[in-house]
Design a protein around this ligand. Structure first.
Ligand code: FES
Length: 188
């Protein structure tokens, strides 16, 4: 994998080479970078056997060093959508899980894994998670969540060109979920 090549370069050629990695199995997202023009996870992308590769940091983000980008804005955007269950009424059985039907749970498929962008636009990762909580039958702040993202910059900077779905290293479809938020915003 490309990550193995980077580790080999760091170990044997240039110890100053800086990049992030943790799980090495496509879960944590820390090795996200741009490889031959596409954003992806270096631990999941095979080294090209027949051509040289160009590896650069994720685009549209401040670079701290080499392949390490500043994630502060990404985490601030993520935090702003309040990614936790919010209830107005007590849980049906205090101290127990809040049950959910299979069909309600199925509405959350494809919104658990993830992936951000410039300052005011929330970006596909945060909007995907916003929709995850908007669609959760157990959450009771649906309208407040819709009101919070109903903003020219936060939501409507997405022009549905679906680059996010094509580039998503986890094979998710953020574009579809952003469209769902826009649809709900327009619902009477
Ligand atoms: S190291 Fe965790 S996704 Fe690549």
């Amino acid at each position: 994998m490309v990550l193995d090549a980077l580790i080999k370069i760091k170990n044997e050629i240039d110890p100053s080479l800086t990049f992030r990695r943790s799980c090495r199995e496509g879960i944590c997202g820390s090795c996200a970078m741009n490889i031959d023009g596409c954003n992806g996870l270096a631990c999941l992308i095979k080294i090209s056997s027949d051509s040289e590769s160009t590896i650069t940091p994720l685009p549209h983000m401040f670079v701290i060093k080499d392949l390490v980008v500043d994630m502060t804005n990404f985490y601030n955007q993520y935090k702003s959508i309040e990614p936790w269950l919010k209830r107005k009424t007590p849980a049906p059985t205090p101290g127990k899980e809040i049950p959910q039907s299979k069909s309600d749970r199925a509405k959350l498929d494809g919104m658990y894994d993830y992936w951000g962008n410039p300052e005011s636009y929330l970006g596909p990762a945060a909007l995907l998670h916003a929709n995850r909580w908007i669609m959760d039958s157990r959450d009771e702040y649906t309208q407040e969540r819709l009101d919070a993202v109903n903003d020219e910059f936060k939501l409507y900077r997405c022009h549905t060109i679906l680059n996010c779905s094509r580039a998503c290293p986890k094979g998710l479809n953020p574009g579809k979920h952003i469209q769902n938020i826009k649809r709900l915003e327009m619902a009477p």
